[in-house]
Design a protein around this ligand. Structure first.
Ligand code: 9MR
Length: 565
């Protein structure tokens, strides 16, 4: 089926900052050198430009041309017109153009809350009854201890649903909370002013931190007070059907403790202690409780340095079998590094820093749920004035981070889509949208260190990617853009009888192996950057998840906070 002109002209469907770069990519073989920016009603041409030469897209080989209208900065609603192709979706140029998507990305976490009604007042047409109170959760035999034998009932309430499923996983809460708390630590003024219309919006605390607290409170309950160990996850034995949360009432378990859970927990609690310490009146005692919890989990992990969560092995020994998400990392060196960096920064004790090798090799692996080294580096660089053991390594960490950022910038300038995302086909993995967002976060860190705007511009190119300038022409953020994800693998969005999906959620997006992984019918792509299907069965390309929304929060918030600079 031939593409409509709107589908053929790929651009950020939300819009552009007046003084930022503005790029559209036109796919197809059409010739013709000029393009026009017109007022949205088509009546007036406000800018005329020249399309670039045709270039084959790196992965698909499809012909692309670039329309660069960065030279135009007038506020308003516009369309791009390409002779021989037609008109684009309408878009807006104004300052704070990403303010609504930045807010919605955090509000997306509110919609993931367990154990509380979402009334219409806050949730609009997506209001729903509370699901999963989790006040009576069973200790799974894999997690049994002398003090808490199998079948012990504990309360482990609150928290967010991880994704399109209804379980709560400590490992994935780690990177999610770390990224959200870092958003606040990097841009406190921006978040102090932001209003999200959540139940706590009236209090004295930034809404972002109120929202994050919902999950922090749950995480605290996942620590066994008897030994400091942390359960890997709170889960049903098997995934629920596509039903509303309150209709999913099967028994829930906490399963085996593990090193990954303990270290993710320690890192988050140490960082949270630092952040919530600024709000002693609102949350008396919270910062101290977090730090105590962090040190206990750290100590457990020191005594148990290599306890992986091996679900298959667990199922051979214990009943009931558990078949939900594994988050089965086996290498804890990066988690240990991150936890040490957070504990060192919060306590100012060199012993934490010295407990790990902070520079195990020269790699700067992009953050993901299984790889959190850079979260530690970001924290060390953010607190670069702290006197202590880190001082000797900071120049090297800074150099490596800037080297990564420079590689990204260089690649973006020559890419057919003029973006950082997709320089290698490996970027298109399960949850690739978070790859784009996390590249953006790294670039913002580089900007914070140097003040060099080329990093901001490169970060923005990846936000443009997420909002429509990509090889499938979708905005991957629900509720934003004329052609955005409509049928995410997200149980409430599918079961609620509301046509529009819950807004502000980031689809995992294009995934080169999605067709083989979820075997959903309808994939037509032949190249990895095009492997996307907006269907609820496509859980490998169209699920949503908290660890993907978090870097979207960071990137959109950073762009809003920094756009005037
Ligand atoms: O994000 C995870 C991705 O990196 C893995 O490849 C995938 C398969 O193991 O699992 C993803 O995580 C899912 C988790 O296991 C359960 N909740 C939904 C998550 C997003 O799909």
């Amino acid at each position: 089926k031939p593409l409509s002109s709107q589908e053929a002209i790929r651009l950020n469907q939300v819009g552009f900052y007046p003084n930022a770069s503005k790029i559209a990519v036109v796919v197809g073989e059409n010739k013709g050198g000029k393009f026009f920016v017109k007022t949205a009603d088509g009546s007036k041409t406000v800018f005329t430009g020249q399309l670039s030469e045709v270039k084959a897209a790196e992965l698909s080989g499809k012909p692309t041309r670039v329309a660069d209208f960065s030279g135009f900065s007038g506020n308003g609603f516009y369309v791009l017109e390409v002779p021989g192709v037609g008109k684009s979706y309408p878009f807006e140029i104004k300052s704070q153009v990403h303010g609504p998507v930045a807010a919605a990305a955090i509000k997306g976490f509110y919609f993931q809350r367990t154990a509380i009604d979402l009334p219409e007042k806050y949730a609009g047409k997506w209001h729903r009854p509370a699901g999963h109170p989790d006040d009576k959760v069973l200790v799974h035999p894999s997690a049994a201890s002398a003090q808490r034998p199998a079948g012990t009932v504990i309360s482990s309430t609150k928290g967010w649903y991880d994704a399109g499923d209804y379980n709560k996983y400590i490992v994935n809460s780690g990177i999610t909370m770390g990224t959200l708390l870092s958003s606040y630590e990097d841009f406190p003024k921006f978040y102090a002013a932001q209003k999200l219309n959540i139940p706590e919006s009236g209090n004295t605390v930034p809404d972002l931190l109120d929202e994050a607290l919902w999950n922090l409170r749950w995480m605290l309950t996942m620590q066994d007070p008897n030994d400091g160990g942390v359960y890997h996850k709170l889960t049903n034995p098997a995934f629920d059907g596509m039903v509303m949360p309150h209709e999913a009432t099967k028994p829930r378990y906490v399963v085996q403790k593990g090193t990954g859970a303990a270290l993710n927990f320690a890192a988050v609690m140490a960082q949270a202690s630092r952040v919530y310490k600024n709000f002693p009146k609102a949350f008396p005692g919270l910062a101290d409780s977090c730090l105590t919890a962090a040190t206990k989990a750290w100590e457990w992990a020191q005594k148990n340095p290599n306890v992986a969560y091996e679900q298959d092995a667990m199922n051979k020994s214990f009943d009931p079998d558990v078949t939900t998400g594994t988050y089965g990392d086996r290498d804890f060196s990066d988690e240990r590094l991150w936890a040490a960096a957070e504990l060192y920064t919060t306590t100012q004790q060199d012993s934490y820093y010295q407990a790990v090798n902070m520079l195990p090799d020269a790699k700067m692996p992009l953050p993901s749920w299984a790889q959190v080294r850079l979260l530690g580096y970001y924290t060390l660089l953010r607190n670069k004035n702290q006197k202590g053991a880190a001082q000797k390594d900071l120049p090297e960490i800074r150099k490596r981070l800037l080297q990564s950022a420079d590689d990204m910038v260089t690649g973006a300038a020559s890419a057919s889509y003029r973006m950082v995302m997709g320089r290698a086909k490996e970027d298109y993995v399960w949850g690739s949208s978070s790859v784009a967002a996390n590249q953006g976060v790294l670039l913002v860190q580089a900007y914070q260190l140097t003040g060099d705007k080329k990093y901001l511009q490169a970060a923005l190119s990846n936000l443009d990617y997420l909002l429509g300038r990509n090889a499938v022409g979708y905005s991957f953020v629900t509720g934003f853009g004329e052609k955005s994800t409509m049928r995410p693998h997200h149980r409430p969005s599918i079961a609620d009888n509301v046509a529009e999906p819950v807004p502000g959620l980031l689809s995992g997006g294009t995934n080169g192996n999605a067709n083989k992984q979820d075997k959903c019918e309808g994939y037509t792509a032949t190249s990895p950057d095009e492997m996307y299907l907006d269907a609820d069965c496509s859980y490998a390309a169209n699920e949503i998840a908290i660890n993907w929304n978090a870097p979207l929060v960071y990137l959109t918030g950073a762009m809003e906070a920094l756009q005037q600079q």
